[in-house]
Ligand binder design. Structure first.
Ligand code: CP
Ligand code: NVA
Length: 308
């Protein structure tokens, strides 16, 4: 069966753990190497990944491209606006054509139904590089960052502050898969997806919703936030005003566990969802987190292509 990675549960908890181990090993094995030199085993030699972008990206684009190079393969970028997809060729026909020419497809798009349709018609793995609903690749990198700092995932206490967006949904999904607690601190009306919460709870994760930012971060070992207004969201004054109490600043971080780390998928809107003092401070792990997109994406690709 074709291994699509549309959500974390497509892989499951045991596979996610294996991905993290593989990422740690590969990262260590190539320390200090030139960045584009292939890993010693070049497991994806001769393989090509097509990347479709219907939204902007820096990290996802570069991490997948470099991941393919380091795995011995290559990647090509399709900016949707300059493809026939952007002129109305159907998702199904695009899936059929790409399946004849490339080994895997990564797509960043808006409507999650579009990626499901692409996966339905593709004969090669489809990887979710972000939709309006979820961002699972980001969360593999986040889990990697947490684990490499010595935290164990089962029982971990995580706080999410602000908008209940695509990244929050995937974090909640991870709580179910890896059995940790996530407390969501955010305003009423901006909660994460109810289906993700229900599914995570059923899988053994603890998900707590609160409008009190202090309750959310109290004792948390990991504090996470993201932009208050995601790509494609209308935003507006009311939205921004509702988010103000959830800014991650020094006073809020002081309520978390003293050894807590701060994560942000980036790009950050400095002095909005996070202050400079926190994102540039000693508890911030955001640059490791960004680098770990590369190492995490290698594991996702290896799994999708049946090498892990
Ligand atoms: N975090 C993340 O997905 O970044 P990009 O939007 O730059 O890809
Ligand atoms: N929630 C953000 C994540 C960007 C990587 C967005 O969708 O814009």
């Amino acid at each position: 069966m074709t291994r699509h990675f549309l959500s974390l549960s497509d892989a499951g908890g045991d596979t996610l753990a294996a991905m993290l181990n593989d990422a740690i090993d590969r990262k260590a094995a190539r320390k200090e190497w030139p960045k584009a030199r292939p890993d010693a085993d070049a497991p994806l030699a001769g393989h090509v990944l097509a990347m479709i972008f219907e939204k902007n990206s820096t990290r996802t684009r570069v991490s997948f491209d470099m991941a393919m190079r380091q795995l011995g393969g290559s990647a090509l970028i399709m900016e949707a606006g300059s493809t026939q997809l952007g002129r109305g060729e159907t998702v199904a026909d695009t899936a059929r054509v790409l399946s004849r020419m490339v080994d895997a497809i990564m797509i960043r798009t808006d409507d999650h139904a579009k990626i499901e349709e692409l996966a339905h018609y593709a004969e090669v793995p489809v990887i979710n590089g972000l939709t309006d609903l979820s961002h699972p690749c980001q969360i593999v990198a986040d889990l990697l960052t947490v684990v490499e700092r010595g935290f164990s995932l089962p029982g971990l206490q995580v706080a999410w502050l602000g908008d209940g967006n695509n990244v929050a949904n995937s974090l909640i999904e991870a709580a179910g898969q890896m059995k940790f607690t996530v407390r969501i601190g955010g305003p009423s009306g901006y909660e994460p997806n109810a289906g993700f919460i229900e599914q995570a709870r059923a899988a053994g994760g603890e998900v707590i919703l609160t409008q009190d930012p202090i309750h959310a971060v109290k004792g948390a070992q990991v504090v996470v936030t993201d932009t208050w207004v995601s790509m494609g969201q209308p935003g507006g004054e009311k939205h921004i005003a509702a988010m103000q109490p959830y800014q991650v600043n020094t006073a809020l971080m002081a309520q978390a566990d003293p050894g807590a780390m701060f994560l942000h998928c980036l790009p950050a809107h400095r002095e909005e969802e996070v202050t400079n003092e926190v994102i540039d401070g000693p508890q911030s792990a955001v640059w490791d987190e960004a680098e770990n997109r590369l190492h995490a994406q290698k594991s996702v690709l290896l799994w999708a292509l049946g090498k892990l």
